[in-house]
Design a binder for this molecule. Structure first.
Ligand code: NAD
Length: 498
């Protein structure tokens, strides 16, 4: 069996001619799942050239027809929902229930892409001068590129290509080389939905592939989701290459817990938000900020957290799955060790975690620190593991000062019974997505995913109306149609519209 994954170029799955491959392993067993080719220059050239050629026709396809492809696609995704979740769970390791959520939140974006005609509407003003009307039209850019991370193998590719393509663009997707299998099935189903060859291309690869796509003269816009250092590199290099670019990056998200909140609700919400998906979510809560006497709930939190155990994706009792790789596990363990060295109190230690029947999995148990301070690495760095840091502040002023001093601004939440406290928090916090008694406030796709500060680089965010603006440009037409065509005007020697 040839276990080297094909690229998808011009409507065909083609074997790569690249001599460079990366092995991908099941994170629960280390079984070899496939080998991922690093696209050669020639393959990248064919993918971009094919997308540029397809654009000349795709941009002319009537908007309702493009929307109908999305309608068929969302239906196919629903029919293959569990199959996709299974591929995703095997590849990424997350539990089946969590994998279904990953697929579903992507489907919601495709549903939104079905609404593209109204999202593309421009503006009109009649009679801006004598016999003159002005109106704006919204046009696609050309070849757009998407670079996606390992932690949401379905949702994040679906944040990007359906809306970009519905807007009339063509698209080159470079999925995470750690979890390429789900994206390949997404592409196959998109073809079944009626996408013509070349409109969506998929090439595998790593840094060199990404750099080649960014610097290719025929790519117009780059969407990236991933870590902060890579996002900064991509933002700088894509801007330097004069491309439109949006980078959704890493995070450190705080939950503020007021003493008037319901203790059980807080603890139950913290469990899933902190260690769900093994903490490998850009919107995971990694810092719990207890206000005043709410700190007394930490012992109960520790006891409940100790009852959450990782496991294989098809174990319905598992709270979450393994970390994505051995490297990721070692990195998180090193950060836990740094927390101990820096003087934080380790209330629950998830290292040396074993899962029966899976001795080789990248397991890490739930880990809880208290007495964490802002100078510690476990506070400053994104851990991306099932590790929660607890801090205490005296009041809401101090909570706001703490959260606002963080360089990250992806998400935050406040748990409280006070409308006044919640309202003040939503208004004064310098974070782009706020949950009120909701731990992970990922917006539905009629809004946009609005991370701030280091967690986002660019001007227009992922999905929703902002993404439509990102994937299009506005043309403004000023048109004169005089009733009396014969009437002659004197030359207009000014800029004024007469
Ligand atoms: P990553 O940055 O390592 O990789 C993301 C993508 O970038 C991959 O496709 C990879 O091939 C490519 N890449 C890696 N190194 C590169 C380089 N030097 N130059 C060019 N391209 C490169 O991220 P990851 O580990 O796959 O994903 C986890 C990260 O993603 C976390 O930091 C998480 O917070 C972040 N994330 C952010 C959001 C968000 O919306 N803000 C959502 C999900 C994940």
């Amino acid at each position: 069996m040839n276990d080297i994954l094909p690229h998808y170029i011009n409507g065909e799955f083609i074997q790569s001619n690249s001599p460079q491959h990366l092995e991908i392993h099941d994170p629960a067993t280390q079984e070899l799942l496939a080998r991922v080719p690093m696209a050669s220059d020639d393959e990248i050239e064919r993918a971009v050239a094919g997308a540029a050629e397809a654009f000349t026709q795709w941009r002319k396809v009537p908007v309702p027809e493009r929307a109908r492809v999305m309608l068929r696609y969302q239906q196919l995704l629903k029919e293959h929902h569990d199959e996709l979740a299974r591929i995703l769970a095997e590849d990424n390791g997350k539990t089946f229930e969590d994998a279904k959520g990953d697929v579903w939140r992507g489907i919601e974006v495709v549903e939104q892409a079905c609404n593209v005609p109204s999202l593309l509407m421009g503006e009109t003003v009649e009679n801006v001068a004598r016999d003159v009307d002005s109106y704006s039209i919204t046009q696609p850019l050309g070849v757009c590129v998407g670079i996606t991370p390992f932690n949401f193998p379905a949702m994040i590719p679906l944040w990007m290509f359906p809306l970009a393509i519905a807007c009339g663009n063509t698209f080159v997707l470079k999925p995470s080389e750690q979890v390429p299998l789900t994206a390949m099935r997404l592409v196959e189903l998109f073809e079944q939905a009626g996408c013509p060859p070349g409109v969506l291309q998929l090439v595998h690869g790593g840094k060199d592939t990404v750099d080649a796509l960014i610097n290719h003269p025929d790519t117009r816009a780059i969407s990236f989701v991933g870590s902060v250092p890579v996002g900064e590199h991509i933002y700088r290099s894509a801007s330097h290459a004069l491309k439109r670019v949006q980078c959704m990056a890493g995070a450190k998200n705080h939950m503020v817990i007021m003493p008037d909140a319901n203790k059980d609700v807080v603890i139950n919400n913290l469990l899933g938000a902190a260690v769900g998906a093994a903490g490998q979510r850009c919107m995971a809560i990694s810092v719990a900020v207890f206000v005043g006497e709410a700190i007394n709930w930490v012992d109960e939190l520790r006891d409940k957290l100790a009852g959450v155990r990782p496991g294989h994706w098809d174990d319905p009792e598992a709270g979450y799955g393994p970390l994505i790789s051995r490297n990721a596990k070692q990195r998180v363990e090193a950060l836990i060790a740094s927390g101990v060295e820096d003087g934080a109190t380790l209330l629950l230690d998830g290292r040396d975690c074993e899962v029966s029947g899976y001795p080789d999995g990248n397991w890490l148990g739930p880990t809880l620190f208290s007495n964490v301070s802002t100078d510690m690495r476990i506070y400053r760095e994104e851990i991306f593991g099932p590790v929660l840091c607890c801090m205490q502040v005296a009041n809401l002023d101090e909570a706001l000062a703490l959260v606002n001093s963080s360089p990250y601004g992806n998400g935050t939440s406040i748990f409280t019974a006070s409308g006044a406290a919640a309202r003040r928090y939503q208004s004064e916090v310098d974070v782009g997505q706020v949950g009120i008694n909701i731990p992970i406030p990922v917006p539905l796709p009629f809004f946009s995913f609005t991370g701030w500060k280091k967690s986002f680089m660019g001007d227009l965010h992922a999905y929703g109306k902002q993404a439509v603006r990102f994937y299009t440009e506005t043309k403004t037409v000023t048109a004169r149609w005089p009733e009396d065509n014969a009437s002659s005007h004197a030359p207009n020697m000014t800029i004024a519209l007469k």
